[in-house]
Design a protein around this ligand. Structure first.
Ligand code: ZN
Length: 203
């Protein structure tokens, strides 16, 4: 089993390779590797990331087939099906690190800020179910009166923190594993501009 700290180190190193363009995509996706993991997977980290097309987890962490168990949803929100996916991965594969991966200038955050500013509700109830989960992070910040750019930046981080806390405390299975089995849930932000992932919460 790969410990949470070791997994974190692998992700940091992988992101450094991505940023410095020393990636090795051929080895990560080779036929040999595909055949090896077809028999079974042992992902060393679970990533709950945003669906944004510019933040594919495997690419920004320079990982290949079988390395990461990835859940992507707009705004990296936590609803029951996301918790269930994380529970499944950590229980089935003994994965010890869970990363909530948000990113700069996230569209889900911007949409939530816009909606709160307009005072009008999103028409689609399906979309609204996402905005409603982001809303508490943004509302707390709106009361603080910061400039628009700062607001987005801080709301992105607040939303990542909220998702991480929901994973830590929204599941008995995960809570037990955190207390007794070394499971870690951490928060990270990817910069669209630099490609750097900053682990800023829970590490
Ligand atoms: Zn996003």
């Amino acid at each position: 089993m790969i410990s949470a700290q070791e997994a974190l180190e692998r992700l940091r190193e992988g992101n450094a390779r991505f940023v410095s363009r020393q990636r090795n995509l051929d080895a990560l996706t080779s036929e040999r590797r595909r055949e090896k993991v077809a028999a079974g997977q042992e992902p060393f980290a679970v990533i709950l990331g945003c669906s944004d097309s510019r933040v594919p987890a495997e690419i920004v962490f320079d990982q290949g087939l079988g390395d990461l168990f990835v859940i992507r949803v707009a705004g990296n929100i936590v609803a029951p099906s996301q918790i269930g996916s994380v529970e499944f991965a950590v229980a089935r594969f003994d994965t010890r690190l869970v990363v909530v991966l948000g990113h700069s200038n996230c569209g889900a955050i911007n949409a939530t800020i816009e909606e709160l500013g307009r005072g009008k509700k999103e028409q689609s109830r399906n979309l609204r179910s996402i905005v409603d989960r982001v809303r508490p992070s943004v509302e707390a910040l709106l009361a603080m009166d910061c400039n628009p750019e700062q607001l987005v930046h801080q709301a992105v981080r607040a939303n990542i923190r909220m998702s991480a806390n929901q994973l830590r405390h929204g599941s008995e299975i995960l809570e037990q594993l955190i207390q007794h089995e070394g499971l870690m849930v951490v928060g990270a932000e990817y910069s669209l501009e630099t490609g750097v992932v900053e682990f800023f919460e829970g590490v």
